[in-house]
Design a protein around this ligand. Structure first.
Ligand code: ADP
Ligand code: ASP
Ligand code: MG
Length: 412
């Protein structure tokens, strides 16, 4: 007998029929002799609807109340699934985050889980009950409801699996695994049999929303066997996230291509080229709690001035622009410009460590399509470029072909 945590995303619980399907799979797992904890998202579109409602009330709602509202979608689905399971003769019990006591810090809208009480869940499992836990939500030490950031149900599932030392955490979604890139953009994308934690972490942080970043962090840290599967196919193997030692020796260079449409670029032209300027610019952005992603400082042409470019989340663009207006005046910079019509495309693969020439293949493929690269950043296992938004699909397709990901050499 194993303990299995199964998480079902929004599309998988998007209608009463789909909740019935989820119940069938949960029951099959239970009947195979396993203990099951189910983690659910809200019905697809529901969290967005709730967010819109808060916006109708205020342009700047209190974060406590915002979380109180947007966490409610999950309470509906867990109750409905528990009702269906009981109806079918399987004792079940729904749990909200606070009923479990999933304790988080108090960073509303992006809270981090600090501990999980196991006692009640263990007792119910021992009594043979199927537990149905609300994803995405927790409670802080003052009793306030918190949420874990968009896509946070993945993290709830992995955190529960880690706390209860589950044998596997299964993330059921609308695709049958992690693909070489988003299959909605590239139909030739191929499912990966396995992907390393490190690669999955990069893919997630570079824009592949198939798993929330924190869920991958948790799984890596606590060694939770994590699998992504389809809830729409009765039997499928999905993709197992593995540690690098367990990855097959003969590795491909690039495992996947991620992209992010949420970035915006800001440039200060003609800023004095002297110590402390980067701090003046980025320090003021950091103080406003705006996260900076890529940064490029140009070589100075006249040894007096230089240009400084960085990217932020599009939601932070206007705020960052107004901060830079002030910085521009203070530094006596020549010009401030910005661009919200950019995207970031990234290649990810642990194989990059031992293979040269990835960057040149990437730039050749992009240049063959006439795509201009605006910014570049690299790390050991990724290369990212910023390009015009209008070339996103073309770029991802061209790179997918250039690195022979279409051909099926990824089914390791
Ligand atoms: P859920 O609601 O089940 O949490 P998500 O929408 O959060 O589902 O995640 C699944 C989606 O992730 C897929 O429909 C797919 O479009 C997208 N996706 C992006 N990149 C990838 C990838 N590399 N492999 C698989 N799916 C991906
Ligand atoms: N319902 C939440 C969201 O839409 C959490 C999740 O689906 O994982 O972001
Ligand atoms: Mg998701």
């Amino acid at each position: 007998m194993a303990l299995i945590v199964q998480k079902y995303g929004g599309t998988s619980v998007g209608s009463p029929e789909r909740i019935q399907n989820v119940a069938e799979r949960v029951i099959r797992t239970k009947q195979a002799g396993h203990d099951v904890i189910v983690v659910l998202s809200a019905m697809s579109g529901e969290t967005n609807r709730l967010i819109e409602l808060t916006k109708k009330m205020s342009a700047n709602p209190s974060e406590r109340e915002y979380d109180a509202v947007i966490s409610t979608g999950e309470q509906v689905t867990i109750g409905l699934l528990a009702i269906v399971l009981e109806e079918k003769g399987f004792p079940a019990k729904s749990y909200t985050g606070w009923q479990v006591r999933i304790l988080t810090d108090d960073s509303f809208t992006k809270a981090r889980i600090s501990s999980i009480d196991q006692d009640n869940m263990r007792k119910d499992l021992n009594e043979g009950k199927i537990l149905v836990v609300a994803g995405f939500q927790g409670i802080d030490s003052n009793g306030n409801i918190t949420t874990l950031g968009r896509g946070g149900s993945d993290t709830t599932a992995v955190a529960l699996a880690a706390a209860l030392k589950a044998d596997e955490c299964q993330i059921y979604t609308d695709v049958d695994g992690v693909y070489t890139t988003d299959p909605r953009i590239v139909p030739e994308a191929r499912r990966l049999e396995t992907i390393t934690f490190e690669e999955m972490l990069e893919m997630a942080s570079l824009g592949s929303k198939v798993l929330q970043i924190r869920s991958v962090e948790f799984a890596g840290k606590y060694n939770v066997p994590l699998r992504v599967l389809s809830s729409f196919e009765e039997k499928n193997k999905g993709t197992l996230i593995v540690s690098e030692e367990n990855q097959k020796m003969e590795q491909v260079v690039i495992s996947g291509i991620a992209f992010n449409r949420d970035e915006a670029k800001l440039t200060l032209l003609g800023v004095p080229d002297r110590p402390g300027v980067a701090y003046e610019i980025l320090g003021s952005i950091g103080e406003a709690n705006i996260e900076i992603d890529m940064i490029v400082q140009n070589v100075s042409h006249d040894e007096k001035t230089t240009d400084f470019t960085f990217t932020v989340h599009r939601n932070d663009y206007n705020k960052a622009m107004s901060i830079l207006e002030a910085v521009k005046e203070k530094l006596g910079a020549e010009k401030l410009s910005g661009d919200t019509k950019i995207v970031k495309v990234s290649l990810v693969g642990v194989g990059m460590r031992s293979h040269a020439g990835v960057a040149s293949t990437m730039f050749k493929a992009l240049s063959n399509e006439g795509i201009n690269v605006k910014m570049i950043s690299t790390s050991e296992i990724k290369i990212s470029v910023v390009i015009d938004e209008k070339y996103l699909e073309l770029a991802v397709r061209a790179l997918h072909t250039a690195f022979e990901l279409d051909k099926g050499n990824t089914d390791n």
